[in-house]
Write a protein that binds this ligand. Structure first.
Ligand code: ZN
Length: 603
């Protein structure tokens, strides 16, 4: 039985146009040409590997020599010519693989053969595979024959790289472009082969094989053989992903669930699982990106055709994709892309991926609310019930710098009592161990669920503070303690101190400090005004880490800041010509001498 497995690609090679997988339009045209007896002398079959170019060339050669072709233009597979073809002993078909036979001599041998008319049948068909590999001299030698072949000769040139074919060849051929075979077509064919072989196969397993084959039927069949041989006639999804070392898609759906609920710990643990199964992180990031992309196109009927998948898979992905807003996918795909680009340069690649996952979890937090069920958005509108203790002692959130300090003092008690907040330590060495180390208690877990995640990271980062505030967390769905601008500036300073090596960041933070935005409806909104887009980028990148830390220490989940560019500061007219010249002279005293010597003036 095992022998049968190994030869699927050969055994199930199509013997008629009707049995060619995919390429329906193309084979219909070929059949029509044969049925109406309008044959060209040269054809060029283009398309990636394994899509049926050589199979179609062979069927074509067989059909035009068949004694009794069907009215549909298929070979009878019964006459002596067909049998000779099927048994590989026909003299009317010659194949040259130009990849390994690309010299002038190889072509001369072929052109000599062209002069020999068929002894049986009507046509001699010459198939030149990978024709783009022919040397320039070989091309030239071949051109003459191609221009004026004997009437009994048909050339079928095949190539995976059409753009490498010179125009003189292209213009002499009828060109057929083979499309990639769709996943659904591959699955259907594998299902057929399985049933013929008495093998049971889960459709999900065949889906994995089809994806792995990447549009090539021949590859799909040989992968199928490999899996069949090791799973003893019962191909399951699990045995297939194990055998092929494919990342289980269920990892991605678990991640999506974590993103949706803002569950950072879950996302990080899934990633740990992925690594422990021996999967490369870069591969994982790209797989995740593809998964998100597929969900995005699946959720909208207009883009569903862009998803190359089995119908059942399409249906499932459409359902999953609908759970999130399109904006989530746009942002998530962009983050994945950034991580992909940054991957090679990252010195700590695990950290890079973990940070990516954290950012993805935060996309559905209150500040974004990309979750499709609208929960994230609703959350923004919930007026939090401030914890009784805080309400009693704290005044309304102070936005003005001056009067705030004394008034807000009582509310700051807890935060200021800690000389060195764990936040700073936590961020000094941002490591996931600290994320995992603490198991948040039930109260903070409740808070985490209700606030869609942004607290979860913070609470996991600082278990002690969470315990202190456990009653607060359980009483109120969201923290909203009062704080002062001074506190924000103080945190800003401490954050810089905690990141001494991030020079660019620290310089930017030092030069541009947050101040209240003065928005009456969002008293917790601050603004950081910078002078160039690069700084916007820098701070935006830091924000996913910085913001949760600030919110936790301030005990206010509504704290937020926006980053603005000060147009005036960056304007080129800031310095006059005289200013520039004076500055240059200061920098280089020789310049002053030079100006004096040549009596130069500013015009
Ligand atoms: Zn026949």
């Amino acid at each position: 039985m095992e022998e049968n497995y190994i030869v699927s690609a050969r055994k199930y090679r199509p013997s008629t146009f009707s049995s060619v997988v995919g390429q329906k339009a193309l084979t219909a045209t070929l059949r029509n040409a044969i049925a109406t007896n309008r044959l060209a002398h040269a054809y060029l079959f283009c398309g990636s590997r394994g899509v049926g170019k050589t199979s179609c060339a062979r069927i074509f050669a067989k059909t035009i020599n068949c004694e009794h072709p069907t009215p549909e233009g298929d070979p009878c597979n019964e006459c002596s010519s067909c049998r000779q073809f099927n048994e590989n002993r026909s003299l009317n078909i010659l194949e040259l693989d130009a990849a390994s036979n690309n010299s002038v001599n190889d072509i001369r041998e072929l052109t000599d053969q062209v002069l020999v008319p068929p002894t049986e049948g009507r046509y001699r068909v010459f198939i030149i595979d990978e024709v783009h590999m022919l040397s320039q001299a070989a091309f030239n030698a071949f051109l003459k024959t191609l221009e004026e072949p004997p009437s009994y000769v048909v050339f079928i040139l095949a190539t995976t790289e059409k753009h490498k074919i010179i125009p003189t060849i292209l213009s002499r051929c009828q060109i057929y472009d083979f499309s990639r075979i769709t996943i659904a077509d591959i699955i259907d064919h594998l299902q057929y082969v399985a049933s013929q072989e008495g093998i049971t196969a889960e459709r999900a397993a065949l889906n994995v094989i089809a994806q792995k084959a990447d549009g090539a039927m021949r590859d799909a069949l040989s992968i199928f053989d490999q899996v069949a041989a090791s799973s003893r006639g019962n191909i399951t999804y699990q045995s297939t992903i194990d055998n092929l070392n494919v990342l289980d898609e269920r990892y991605y759906s678990r991640l999506l669930e974590a993103f949706r609920s803002g569950n950072v710990p879950q996302a990080l643990m899934v990633y740990k699982d992925v690594r422990e199964h021996g999967f490369d992180s870069h591969f994982f990031v790209n797989g995740l990106a593809q998964y998100l992309r597929d969900l995005m196109v699946a959720r909208d009927p207009a883009t569903l055709p862009l998803l190359d998948a089995d119908d059942s898979v399409k249906e499932l992905m459409a359902k999953q994709g609908a759970e999130m807003q399109p904006e989530f996918f746009y942002a998530a795909m962009s983050l994945c892309n950034d991580a992909d680009l940054a991957y090679r340069q990252a010195s700590n690649k695990t950290f890079l991926v973990e940070l990516l996952l954290i950012k993805l979890c935060q996309l559905c937090g209150p500040s974004h609310g990309y979750s499709g069920d609208g929960e994230g958005r609703k959350l923004q509108k919930i007026e939090p019930v401030a914890p009784a203790a805080s309400v009693a002692t704290a005044p309304a959130p102070a936005v003005a710098r001056e009067p705030a300090k004394t008034g807000a003092e009582p509310a700051l008690g807890t935060a200021q009592a800690q000389p060195k907040p764990p936040m700073v330590q936590g961020y000094k060495t941002p490591h996931v161990a600290s994320l995992r180390a603490s198991e948040p208690n039930a109260a903070s877990a409740a808070a985490r669920r209700s606030t869609r995640g942004h607290v979860s990271m913070a609470s996991a980062m600082q278990p002690k503070a969470v315990e202190e505030r456990a009653s607060v967390a359980s009483a109120a769905p969201v923290n909203r303690s009062a704080f002062t601008p001074e506190q924000v500036l103080d945190l800003w300073e401490r954050y810089m101190a905690a990141n001494p090596k991030a020079h660019l960041l620290v310089n930017t933070m030092r030069a541009h400090q947050p101040r209240p935005a003065g928005d009456a409806e969002n008293p917790e909104l601050y603004v950081v005004t910078v002078v160039n887009p690069g700084q916007v980028e820098l701070l935006s990148q830091e924000k996913p880490v910085l913001l949760p830390a600030f919110r936790r220490v301030l005990c206010n989940d509504y704290f937020d800041f926006r980053i603005e560019v000060d147009e005036n500061a960056a304007a080129p007219t800031a310095w006059s010509d005289r200013d520039v010249l004076n500055h240059m002279v200061e920098q280089s005293p020789h310049l002053a001498q030079f100006i004096a010597d040549f009596k130069l003036t500013l015009s």
